[in-house]
Design a protein around this ligand. Structure first.
Ligand code: MN3
Length: 201
């Protein structure tokens, strides 16, 4: 089964003015589509084509002869998760078990968001900043290039894409402005809380 580009979970202009429709045209329609096209070409008529995307990521992680498959599969996985991590109705964490765990681990919602911003800004070059569940702990981690917590036995709760293609049209080189806009307006904490609850079951 070939993988297909998922539809965005919001209208293409719904994140404006913070993330433009033009950025989404390129980021979703071209970059994400290209990872999927490459992945489909790489796994065609191999045993990998019968696996789920998550299985492909896990089975190819850390294998030097599988780097191209891993990079494209992981980027497909990460982008599917990134679109769900965004919403026009972002802002505060919803009350509940996830927020309680965040406040316990980080002291406050504000400090948690500051740590997330630090991670997103300190990732050198292309990569991702993540909120993950690692065992019983909520952690903020960052990964380089296509790398993903899925390959490291962590449960992703939310992600921020910090590849330049995510922000260059709207913010040029100002990654900090992009990250702040996402944290202040666009992060889907309901999605994160749902992932947290699902991981606790
Ligand atoms: Mn991207």
């Amino acid at each position: 089964m070939a993988f297909e580009l998922p539809a965005l979970p919001f209208e293409k202009n719904a994140l404006e003015p913070f993330v433009s429709a033009r950025t989404l045209d390129l980021h979703h329609g071209r970059h994400h589509q290209t990872y999927i096209t490459n992945l489909n070409n790489l796994i065609a008529e191999t045993p990998l084509e019968n696996l789920t995307l998550t299985e492909i990521v896990r089975q190819t992680a850390g294998k030097p002869d599988m780097t191209a498959v891993f990079n494209n599969a992981a980027q497909d996985w990460n982008h599917r998760f990134y679109w769900k991590s965004l919403t026009p109705n972002g802002g505060s964490l919803p009350d509940g078990a996830f927020k309680d765990a965040v406040v316990e681990a980080f002291g406050s919602e504000d400090h948690f968001k500051t740590e997330l911003k630090v991670a997103a800004l300190s990732q050198f070059g292309s990569g991702w900043a993540w909120v993950v569940k690692d065992g019983d702990d909520i952690k903020i981690v960052k990964t380089s290039n296509a790398d993903t917590p899925v390959a490291h036995d962590q449960v992703p709760l939310l992600t921020i894409d910090v590849w330049e293609h995510a922000y260059y049209i709207d913010y040029q080189n100002k990654r900090a402005d992009y990250v702040s806009a996402l944290i202040d307006h666009l992060l889907n904490w309901q999605f994160a809380a749902g992932n947290f609850d699902a991981a606790a079951e």
